[in-house]
Design a binder for this molecule. Structure first.
Ligand code: NAP
Length: 336
């Protein structure tokens, strides 16, 4: 068992590393459990052109390397391992525990920044053919499907965005969606519809993915929801874009989550219902889900953690923490 940390950050996307940067610069000596695949979903993207400060764009993995380096530069301790269990205290001033394997790390505050993962369809063949024709990220893998016959599953903005991107590589893209109406915004839908090599198949669901040559995806069995008719779509690439799943499993039943599993925070703050436990990034946000908004909320979580350490009776104020005066508005915690 280790000494009690000031702050443990679980997760390592833009939210986790920004929280690490801020808490490190506040002399809180943060411990970051960054997971094996550190960097989060941005590791799976290519060009990021909408992060301010990079006028020529930056590759997602390079951006995350920079986030990581910057946090490390100020002393954040990065543990490239995964949190297996989290036990959160319920009383103010309580000590929280995060286990990595058999090692228990204890802390006065925890910042949850585990992010979200791509949602799975859960049909036969999906898992076995993942990486062998079934993918969740066109921006990562579209280049492997030059002149190929492909499929996108989903009817939201992500599905349209992926379809448009994929249509620049593939000879044909069929968007398969389970309803006649689309959740995607009108402008995104129209852009996709304007592409000559994008077709739409509705209202269909995917029943199964079937391997062809070399154990790679050969075809998908799709079914018309209204008539029950089944057909085979010969596709060598399928991109599933049906939304995201917040990675809140380790803390469900401890902090509040909404129907979608996103952690609920109080008002404008990053505070969860448990004292000393804060949440940020895609774990909380199902609306904006941008690198810049995740980074912003990571900063907020760091400041909320600092204020908690400064203001909570019974919690010793960490040595070396530059203290703002709560009477000054700029240093006051966010109201609910
Ligand atoms: P989303 O809006 O939740 O759409 C998910 C789509 O997948 C829906 O069409 C849904 O069908 C379908 N779906 C869900 N589960 C399914 C299942 N098990 N089987 C078959 N289909 C399933 O998710 P998103 O497209 O990832 O977008 C998330 C947020 O990011 C949205 O607010 C979106 O506007 C935003 N976003 C914006 C942009 C942009 O503007 N450039 C790009 C990407 C994302 P139903 O409609 O029938 O439920």
């Amino acid at each position: 068992m280790s000494d009690i940390e000031n702050v443990i950050i679980v997760g390592s996307g833009p939210a986790g590393y920004t929280a690490a940067l801020y808490t490190a610069r506040a002399n809180l000596n943060p411990l970051v459990i960054e997971g094996f695949a550190w960097g989060g979903l941005l590791q799976q993207t290519t060009d990021v052109e909408n992060y301010p400060g990079f006028p020529d764009g930056v590759m997602g993995p390079e951006m995350m390397q920079r986030f990581r380096d910057q946090a490390a530069r100020f002393g954040a301790r990065l543990e490239t391992d995964q949190a297996d269990r989290i036990q959160l205290a319920t009383e103010p001033g309580g000590v929280h525990s995060v286990w990595v394997g058999d090692t228990e790390h204890r802390a006065r505050t925890v910042i949850l920044a585990m992010g979200a993962e791509h949602k799975k369809l859960g049909v036969t063949g999906e898992e076995a053919l993942s990486g062998r024709g079934v993918s969740y990220c066109a921006t990562c893998d579209a280049a492997f499907f030059k002149q190929a016959t492909t499929m996108i599953v989903g009817g939201g903005d992500s599905a349209m965005e992926e379809a448009i991107f994929l249509s620049k590589f593939a000879s044909k893209v069929t968007v398969v969606h389970r309803r006649e109406e689309f959740r995607a915004s009108k402008i995104m839908l129209e852009r996709a519809q304007a592409q000559e090599n994008i077709e739409f198949l509705t209202p269909y669901t995917i029943k199964e993915f079937v391997a062809g040559e070399n154990n790679a995806l050969g075809h998908a069995v799709v079914q018309n929801i209204e008539t029950g008719e089944e057909r085979e779509l010969l596709v060598s690439g399928t991109f599933i874009a049906i939304g995201h799943e917040p990675q809140s499993g380790l803390v469900r039943g401890q902090v509040d989550v909404d129907d979608g599993g996103y952690v609920i925070t109080e008002g404008r703050s990053t505070r969860t219902k448990l004292p000393g436990v804060f949440a940020a990034g895609d774990l909380v946000d199902h609306t904006y889900r941008q690198a810049i908004t995740a980074a912003g909320s990571g900063c907020e979580a760091a400041l909320d953690a600092e204020w908690y350490l400064r203001d909570t009776p019974g919690v010793p104020v960490p040595e070396g923490m530059p203290l703002g005066d709560p009477a000054e508005e700029q240093y006051a915690p966010a109201a609910d």
